[in-house]
Design a protein around this ligand. Sequence first.
Ligand SMILES: C[S@@+](CC[C@H](N)C(=O)[O-])C[C@H]1O[C@@H](n2cnc3c(N)ncnc32)[C@H](O)[C@@H]1O
Length: 256
Amino acid sequence: MSKQPLHLQTTTLWDYPSQHYKKSMEPAEHYKGATPAYIIWNLLSRYTKPKDLVVDPMCGSGTTIDVARDLNRKALGYDINIVRNDVFKADARKLPLENEKADFVFIDPPYSTHIRYSGSKECIGELSAKSDEYYKAMNTVLHEINRILRPDRYMALYVSDSFEKGKPVMPIGFTLFSMLSGIFVPVDIISVKRHNATLQRNNWHKAAAEQNYFLRGFNYLFVMFKPSAKNKAKTVFPDRRSNEEKERQIENFEIK
Ligand SMILES: C[S@@+](CC[C@H](N)C(=O)[O-])C[C@H]1O[C@@H](n2cnc3c(N)ncnc32)[C@H](O)[C@@H]1O
């Protein structure tokens, strides 16, 4: 059952009242940091078509796999920490996939050390964005995404900046966007309102007001394009939607 009507987001400011649009997509209770399914639904609806292969190199609780299957896309998910048996164990820096196989790549990497995932030494969430280590690791991941992505296809990265009280902000979004732009062509930058449990707590807001700092209110969603050799001008963004899906999406906006 859908929790709320699904429609394409049409501005660069996205907000969702709940994390998942189907009960079956809710991650296991112990899994922290799942991506809202609505985000992946919007991306796959716009940038893929049925039967496309969608890859998530850090797929955690598997939201990307669930949404891809729901939309009749094929899905491949990797993670170093396996929490379900249809995810393959692999380091996102060295994926066991041949070159140019994916039609779309989605990734929601750790934002520095703000959540403790598996604690394993391969976990990029163990690397602080205060040092170069985090960015070096992410640079390898982004090049690996470029390797597996087919030309004339899209990828998206969902990330937040990181902040520790009394310390300079870690502008992870800006830095990763700059790295992405060195590899891909930017399609758009979207700001997604965060609904983390901590943001519901009044004492967190009180502390932010008292001590004069800000809580992270949004995540960046970067949509990037990998042009083919033929598409040298890099200005033609192909529309991969099937006509049928596109018509259905547009119908939702018709004035009745
Ligand atoms: C923000 S979570 C991803 C959430 C996921 N999209 C979901 O909906 O559940 C980040 C994930 O990156 C994984 N990860 C961290 N370092 C990794 C690496 N080197 N290779 C593959 N996965 C990694 C973590 O284990 C964690 O599951």
